[in-house]
Every structure is written in structure tokens, then in C-alpha cells.
Design a protein around this ligand. Structure first.
Ligand code: RB5
Length: 150
């Protein structure tokens, strides 16, 4: 199968749990291997507790790409972006999911489980996985992201 052996990190809080499970099942059908960092039910949890381990695995190079969720997508994205080697983009549309790859070389997509449909979420995840970074003028911009002013 085309995606066989490609491991993806997935993580959500309770607000993204249903969508994580839906997308996980579809991606497994497509041949991906999923490392699921939780959560495992709709019981309320604190999104940083779940997102940190997934973001660390991406940051440390153990896993190349990740798909994360919370209700709005914001808390998950903010948590993930505290790691220097993570570029997590919050997306609401398929076009945005393509752009975070083409222009930002994102290695994580954050999807708002409470604001888009399951099918929209899946389409965004697939667009994220199937779009390449354009490089060129975007490379120098991406390289400047971590150049904070001290
Ligand atoms: C949980 O109620 C909610 O705050 C969380 O899923 C997320 O939207 C946080 O940014």
C-alpha cells in the first residue's frame, strides 16, 4: 500500500476526540501507521497534557508529521508551537491545509474538532499529508521563524 510504513502522530483533547477517531480510521485504511497519543474518550482533559508528548515526538524527529485537535484547534496549536522544531498550523479549510505545507513547511496540522465537519477535517488532513513544501522564497522565511529578537 502506498503509505505503508509512514507513521503519523495523532493527539486530541475531548473536544477533538470524535474527529481524531474518525480520521484515524480513514488514514489506517489508507495504509498509514498511527501513533495515537490520546485522549481515548470524551471525558474532559487538559489539552497540553495530551499534545505535549505528540509535539515532543515531532520535535525530536521520532515522527515526521502530526495531526492534532482540540475544540477550537487553538490550544493544541499553541502547545505544539512551544517546541522549536515544530511548525503547527491551525486550519479551517482545505486551501489553508495545503498552504501550511506549500509556504510554511508545517509538520503538524491542528484541526478544530468543534467547528468543521468530520469530512472537512479528513479532507484537510489528507491535503496536509499530500502537499509538498515549495521551498524557494518560502525557505528563507521559514528559517526566520525561530529568529526571535532578544
Ligand atoms: C475545551 O473545552 C476547549 O477549551 C479546548 O478543546 C480547546 O478549544 C482549547 O483551545
Amino acid at each position: 500500500m502506498t503509505n505503508s510504513g509512514t507513521v503519523l502522530a495523532m493527539a486530541s483533547d475531548h473536544g477533538g476526540f470524535e474527529m481524531k477517531e474518525f480520521i484515524k480510521a480513514k488514514l489506517i485504511e489508507e495504509g498509514y501507521e498511527i501513533k495515537d497519543f490520546g485522549t481515548n474518550s470524551t471525558e474532559s482533559v487538559d489539552y497540553p497534557d495530551i499534545i505535549h508528548p505528540a509535539a515532543k515526538a515531532i520535535n525530536d524527529g521520532e515522527i515526521e508529521r502530526g495531526i492534532i485537535f482540540c475544540g477550537s484547534g487553538n490550544g493544541a496549536q499553541m502547545t505544539a508551537n512551544s517546541y522549536p522544531n515544530v511548525r503547527a498550523g491551525l486550519c479551517w479549510t482545505v486551501e489553508q491545509a495545503k498552504l501550511i505545507r506549500q509556504h510554511n513547511n508545517a509538520n503538524i496540522i491542528s484541526i478544530p474538532g468543534r467547528f468543521v465537519s468530520l469530512d472537512e477535517g479528513l479532507a484537510m488532513a489528507e491535503a496536509f499529508l499530500n502537499t509538498d513544501f515549495e521551498g524557494g522564497r518560502h525557505l528563507k522565511r521559514v528559517e526566520k521563524i525561530n529568529q526571535i529578537i532578544k
